[in-house]
Design a protein around this ligand. Structure first.
Ligand code: FMN
Length: 189
């Protein structure tokens, strides 16, 4: 799959089933994704892969952090079952005088975007989910986060339940988001 096709046919997939990539395949794709722009090559992130019973334990943490009523708690508890693999994205900023934290967050985001495209090109689907549970104390404890680390959410990964290939998107017109600094403007300044 060429890059343009990958970009235009990728979707956030809500219905994900087995198979998901193995730990080895995930890591293989991550090595490629980690070549995304990363000022200083700090790798200010790490991933924690959650499957099987780990998803149930994570669901219990989500439920604990969910206010009543009970049906909301049940929904929260079941949430991690929406995909066979939950890849937890942890932001681990590095103290570096040259490279501010926002740049490190941008690098983590660039890597994740590449990873979603690589997963898609391999026939897997994913969706990046965030929300209130990124603040869950129970989830932080379960996953062993350090105080200076931040949960950036979970990439829910599996195989899209929908069998037909996604159509290419017609990209939005974003020309109004582009301006050109012309020579005349430079001269007038
Ligand atoms: C940082 C980030 C957080 C997101 N969090 C959620 C989320 O909590 N729940 C959700 O359904 N989608 C979430 N998404 C996915 C977006 O909703 C999705 O990308 C958007 O709807 C566009 O759909 P598309 O990816 O198919 O183009 C998130 C995306 C990003 C980049």
């Amino acid at each position: 799959m060429d890059v343009m096709t990958a970009v235009l046919t990728r979707r956030s997939e809500h219905l994900l089933v087995e198979p998901a990539p193995s730990d080895q395949e995930f890591t293989y794709l991550l090595r490629a994704a980690a070549t995304a722009p990363d000022h200083g090559r700090l790798r200010p992130w790490r991933w924690i892969l959650v499957r099987g019973e780990g998803r149930a334990a994570l669901g219990r943490c989500f439920a604990e952090d969910c206010p009543a009523p009970d049906h909301r708690r049940d929904q929260a508890q079941a949430a991690p079952r929406r995909a066979p693999l939950l890849a937890t994205l942890v932001f681990a900023p590095v103290a570096d005088q040259r490279i501010p934290e926002w740049e490190q967050l941008a690098a983590a985001s660039a890597m994740t975007s590449s990873l979603t495209l690589l997963l898609h090109a391999r026939g897997f689907g994913s969706i990046w989910r965030t929300g209130r549970f990124t603040e869950s104390a129970g989830a932080r404890r379960l996953l062993g986060l350090q105080p200076d680390e931040r949960l950036l959410g979970w990439l829910y990964i599996g195989t899209p339940a929908q069998l037909q290939p996604r159509r290419r998107r017609i990209p939005d017109d974003v020309t109004d988001r582009v301006t050109v600094l012309t020579d005349q403007l430079v001269g007038a300044s």
